[in-house]
Unconditional design. Structure first.
Length: 208
């Protein structure tokens, strides 16, 4: 019995340990795609970083909920085995309650992501241009690294000689390329100077 419990814990824990980084990478990739779309459209370019952050925020929120649910499931298995109960099942939620709960969770995550993105948009409008340009280069370099992970993963799966070397090389190339492009085009990623209260001048904001 204890061996079965240990194996169940190990299997479920391993699945959770693998699922969490996959979810984080998935939502980071979605954020990266949204960033590229917004950056390609001049009216949306100044919102590209915040829109990417909005998408990326879903990753840790969903992963956190899954970790909590997995922890509760493992605790339930432990209590069930400890009390000698072999056929213990929680009552199933009806479809209407299940959909309502899922909708509420999605709305809560969307509210959190929206709040974080709004604060981010406000914060980058309080940075001097020099600091913002470094920040944009670092963030966009990270976005390039996310795409580099997928391409490197695909490359390693191919029968290519020295595939790991090429995977690392292309990842570094994408990081540097994305970072350099953001550093040079940082002005278009921020938009106009704030018209409300700000502790930096318009000249500092525009890098004049």
């Amino acid at each position: 019995m204890f061996l079965d419990l240990f194996q169940a814990r190990g299997k479920n824990g391993g699945m959770l340990a693998l699922l969490v980084p996959i979810l984080l990478l998935l939502f980071l990739t979605i954020g990266g795609i949204v960033f590229l779309v917004c950056a390609a459209l001049p009216p949306l370019r100044r919102y590209a970083l915040s829109a990417a952050l909005w998408c990326a925020m879903w990753g840790p929120c969903v992963a956190g909920l899954i970790v909590l649910a997995g922890t509760a499931m493992l605790a339930d298995i432990s209590l069930t085995q400890r009390n000698g109960v072999s056929n213990f099942h929680l009552p199933h939620l009806s479809h209407s309650i299940g959909w309502a709960l899922g909708t509420c969770i999605a709305l809560a995550i969307a509210a959190v992501a929206t709040g974080v993105a709004w604060l981010h948009q406000a914060a980058i409008h309080r940075l001097t241009f020099a600091l913002f340009r470094l920040y944009a280069a670092a963030v966009c370099g990270g976005i390039g690294g996310v795409f580099g992970v997928w391409f490197g993963w695909w490359l390693i799966g191919k029968p290519v000689r020295f595939a790991p070397f090429f995977a690392v090389a292309e990842m570094l190339l994408l990081i540097v390329s994305f970072g350099a492009a953001a550093y040079r085009g940082a002005r278009s990623l921020r938009g106009r100077a704030p018209t409300t209260f700000s502790w930096i001048t318009e000249q500092e904001f525009n890098g004049i």
